[in-house]
Design a protein around this ligand. Structure first.
Ligand code: ADP
Ligand code: MG
Length: 297
């Protein structure tokens, strides 16, 4: 098991940050750790990487107990903390040499690492001269210099422009081929773009822990329909597979169906049979974004 977290709770004095969190990850998984600000993402990552201790619970990385054996555990962990703290006065190559020395990694690994993150042409520059996206690559390079089994990335894409975003996401996917990656974000699309699995956390508790495929298989579809006349709700209830409905305004209804079949033609026929005309008909797939919003609001 690459990561095993068992019943971890964390209190900062009386402030609860994590409440009985458990999950595990096997090699090769890329897990999106998704939650609004203050959900406890950074706290869990600091605990996983041995930087702070939990109030209760156990944490294992590469089957090593992080709490009793933090130095050994850290050899298997690459960590990119939130806000990517770097020594920006250092040259890129110099900074990686410094990181390599900490982990007693052979200097020859540095060039490899520069290639992996696409920094060969920037290696002679000072870190502060690089764009935010390239600074992020330096952080990633430093995190993988000792070839750890597990990568912990705390909001690695925050503050990047759209092109940089695409590049860093691709890089994370690439790195994820040979490592277990846990990365945090508050953006659902990011999880869809990178991950095989999502853990949604809110107020220190795990709400959902599922493979992306499982989440997408949900058959719910939302349809917004506007008729030409106001109708009674018992009409709506006569439609097949209705899960819930809401009269949004006047003649517009927002209906959730549980069906694999596209329900729009059925609504159309239904309207005709009842002498109604349809002025508007929109299908909104209940995508991960709405699921996330519903769960975390
Ligand atoms: P996230 O990374 O998901 O935004 P954090 O793990 O940073 O969330 O924070 C979780 C909760 O713990 C928040 O309510 C935050 O204010 C609180 N918290 C985080 N660090 C500290 C600290 N050092 N002292 C007190 N409270 C903290
Ligand atoms: Mg955070």
């Amino acid at each position: 098991m690459s990561i095993k977290v068992t019943s971890v709770s964390k209190y900062y004095k009386t402030q609860k940050a994590l409440d009985d969190v458990s999950f595990s990850a096997v090699k090769g998984e890329i897990i999106g750790f998704l939650g609004p600000n203050g959900a406890g993402k950074s706290t869990l990552m600091k605990i996983l990487t041995g930087f702070i201790r939990p109030t209760n619970g156990a944490v294992f990385v590469s089957n090593i107990d992080v709490l009793s054996n933090p130095i050994e555990a850290k050899k298997n962990i690459g960590y990119l903390p939130e806000h990517n703290p770097l020594y920006k006065e250092m040259y890129v190559r110099e900074y990686l040499q410094f990181q390599a020395a900490i982990f007693k990694v052979d200097k020859s690994e540095i060039e490899n690492c520069l290639i992996k993150v696409g920094l060969q042409t920037e290696a002679h520059k000072k870190i502060h001269q690089l764009s935010k996206g390239y600074q992020q690559r330096v952080g990633l390079a430093a995190a993988i210099i000792h070839n750890p089994e597990v990568l912990i990335l705390d909001e690695p894409t925050t503050g990047l422009d759209p092109n940089q975003l695409i590049e860093i996401r691709a890089l994370i996917r690439e790195l994820g081929k040979e490592k277990t990656v846990l990365f945090s974000t508050h953006i659902m699309q990011e999880v869809e773009a990178i991950c095989s699995r999502v853990i949604i956390i809110k107020k220190g508790e795990i709400l959902i822990d599922k493979n992306l495929g499982e989440l997408k298989e949900k058959n719910h579809q939302n349809i917004e329909v506007t008729f030409d006349y106001r109708i009674e709700e018992q009409f709506i209830r006569r439609l097949p597979n209705v899960v819930s409905y809401k009269n949004n305004y006047d003649t517009t209804w927002f209906i959730t169906f549980d069906s694999k079949q596209d329900m729009r033609p059925i609504i159309f026929d239904f309207a005709q049979e009842n002498g109604l005309k349809i002025l508007g008909l929109n299908r909104h797939n209940k995508n991960l974004e709405t699921l996330f919003t519903e769960l975390t609001k």
